[in-house]
Every structure is written in structure tokens, then in C-alpha cells.
Design a protein around this ligand. Sequence first.
Ligand code: T3D
Length: 262
Amino acid sequence: ESEVVLSQVADGVLTITLNRPDKLNSFTVAMHERLADAFERAERDDGIRAVLITGAGRAFSAGQDLSDRVTPKDGTPPDLAVTIESYYNPLIRRIKALPKPVVAAVNGVAAGAGANIALACDIVLAAESAKFIQAFARIGLLPDSGGTWALPRLVGMARAKALAMLAEPVSARQAADWGMIWQALPDADLMPTARKLAAALARAPTYGLGLIKQALEASATADLDTQLDLERDLQQKAGFSPDYAEGVRAFMEKRTPAFTGK
Ligand code: T3D
């Protein structure tokens, strides 16, 4: 079997490609393990300053591979908490905790956990032909991989409930109009735009971008007073960073800053 997850580093960007195109990049344990390896590399390697995740073939990901989820009549059903605890939840926590921007380039259908993994990323771009489907309700499940947390925040409770209960596809355009994703792009423009955007992020003051991510994620559960305190503390850290010093110097000297991500 070929590599189920491809990783490549260029321009400070780790590009991760889900690579089981015949099965619409649906998730197996092997795919989870390779994906975890890729994120570990992004955590460790200072040279990686942004991550770009996409899918090979016509899908981004169809979520969990259902081929080993078939319960024979009178058989014992699978314990889904095991996969969620071992793989899906650690993946979502990793994406959220990585102090570097994570971009999703949703090249085609993103269904089930595939949709919610994309939505957990910091900046989501999608091809106009792509669709997001909270497919879970079709088979008797509920959105996982953070879907029940992300959806009401991204699109509001009314849309979150309908999307989760009806499991209807949402087009990339509609998703962008609703604020569920950042941008829908003509299919041919998706990967060039996503690569350019990820490379620009990797040249940016990525230490500061990590702090932005931390502050915005924390806002989901914080009151204003707590958030103001957090902004003070994180701005203090940002203010001590070499990239801030460089940013101000470059501004005053009317030149392009050279950020190092420190
Ligand atoms: O289980 C746990 O551990 C808990 C965690 C759960 C997380 C989850 O993600 S649950 C939700 C699982 N995903 C789904 O329910 C989506 C299933 N797929 C679909 O509904 C459709 O495939 C799509 C809407 C995504 C795309 O439809 P379409 O018509 O473009 O393609 P297709 O013909 O349905 O699929 C093409 C092939 O991929 C086909 O295989 P074949 O017939 O050519 O050999 C199909 O069976 C396979 N495929 C697609 N999705 C999955 C899959 N095989 C296994 N698992 C899949 N999820």
C-alpha cells in the first residue's frame, strides 16, 4: 500500500496530504498514526512555521472508514469512544494547540470527521466544487471531532442544529457566506492560493500568530475580564519577541521586515 499520508516541507510550510483517494481519504488507524507523526514533526521542527492540510484525489476526507464498523446482526457493536479518545480527539487538540497557523485546503467533499477536522484548522479555503457534510446523522451518530463545539460558534445554533440533524451538504460558497470557512475559490485556484497563503504565513511573525491563535481559542470559554488579562499577558510576551522588535524597526526604516518566527 502506498503512503496513506504524504508530508513535504517547502518555504517553511509542512504540506500534509491525506492519501487514500480510492476511499475518499476516509480515516483508518494507519492514517491517524501517520497524521499524528506529521503533526509531531510540525511541533518539533522550528523550520516549519505553517502547516497546510489537503486531500489527494476528489475528496478532502469522508471521515471514519466505515468498512470495519459493520456490526453483524446479534454481534457486539464497536466501542466508538476508543477511536475518538485515541485518535480523533488528540488530532483536534493537536491542531488547536500547535502554536503555528494550520491552513486547510478543502479540495473536495469533506464529510463526517473529515468536515470537522477541516473546520478545526485556523484558516479554511475550499474549492467551489467542495461540500461540507455533517454526515453523522445519516448513520445514527452525532458530529464529533469538535463539530458540536465548532459549528454553533462558526454558524450559530440554528444552522448548527439543522446541519447536524439533516446532514445536508453545504457548498463551499454557502460555507464562506455563512462564515463557516474563510474563502471559496475556483477549483483551479485552490492549491496555488493555499500554497501562497501558507508560505506568506510562514514568513510572517509566526510567534505572534501563535499567540493570536491562543487568545482567540481561549475567548470561546472566557469572560471579557479574563480575556483582557490574557491579552495583557500574551502582548507582554509578544512585546519581548525579536519579531516585534524587527517589525517596529522595519516600519520606522520603511523597509520590509525579515521575521524569524522568534
Ligand atoms: O467510528 C468511529 O471511530 C467514530 C468516529 C466517527 C467519525 C466519522 O467520521 S462518522 C461519519 C463517517 N463518514 C460518513 O458517514 C460519510 C460516508 N461517505 C459518504 O457519505 C459519501 O461517500 C460522500 C458523501 C462522502 C461522497 O459521496 P460520493 O457519491 O461522491 O462517493 P461514494 O461513491 O459514496 O464513495 C466513493 C468510494 O469511497 C466508495 O467506494 P467504492 O464503492 O468505490 O469501493 C465508497 O464506499 C468509499 N467511501 C466513501 N466514504 C467512505 C468510504 N469507504 C469507507 N468509509 C467511508 N467513510
